[in-house]
Ligand binder design. Structure first.
Ligand code: SF4
Ligand code: SF4
Ligand code: SF4
Length: 161
């Protein structure tokens, strides 16, 4: 009789755990930029293109440094927040979380460029010489090279822009 209660209890705990687990929001790793610390050296862009494409070419980078207008001064760091909107909207389901970041499956991608249009922070690009959209995969190469500590990797929930 006692064994029966124990089995029922264990089954209940299992069910509750699975339910809880299923409803946990998915967590991703994103690059966070602190534009106040950025001096515009663009080493991050060089590190990114080297890590992803094996070439030193800032025009292939997935992180972009934008010089602000003279009246505001400084630089803005533009990088994917891993919010997942592009994955949600992709008609081919070609974008999915791999190693805790949204990654494009170039075999599935049909080059409709809808993802580029929908990104709320304009952090997925058409790049010269690359025939598919380029976005950050949170590899951390830019974080390591930044001499100002303006970039960091942090965990966040999917859907946080
Ligand atoms: S490496 Fe750091 S300081 Fe240099 S441009 Fe990139 S974010 Fe700014
Ligand atoms: S919509 Fe933009 S910010 Fe969101 S995951 Fe896609 S590229 Fe990143
Ligand atoms: S360009 Fe490719 S990844 Fe982007 S929405 Fe279209 S099929 Fe999806």
């Amino acid at each position: 009789m006692r064994l029966g209660y124990l089995q029922v209890s264990l089954t209940l705990i299992n069910v509750l755990f699975l339910q809880f687990h299923l409803y946990l929001p998915m967590r991703v790793v994103r690059v966070r930029g602190d534009s106040k610390l950025c001096v515009g050296c663009r080493l991050c862009m060089l590190a990114c293109s080297t890590a992803v494409f094996g070439v030193i070419n800032p025009r292939k980078s997935a992180v972009e440094i934008v010089e602000r207008r003279p009246e505001t001064e400084g630089f803005s760091i533009v990088v994917c927040s891993q919010c997942g909107l592009c994955a949600e909207k992709c008609p081919e389901k070609a974008i999915a979380v791999v190693n805790r970041a949204y990654v494009i499956d170039v075999e599935r991608c049909v080059r409709c460029w809808l993802c580029v249009e929908v990104c709320p922070v304009n952090a997925i690009w058409r790049r010269p010489g690359v025939d598919y959209p380029v976005k950050c995969i949170s590899c951390g190469a830019c974080v390591e090279i930044c001499p100002r500590g303006a970039l960091s990797l942090e965990e966040s929930e999917v859907g946080v822009a």
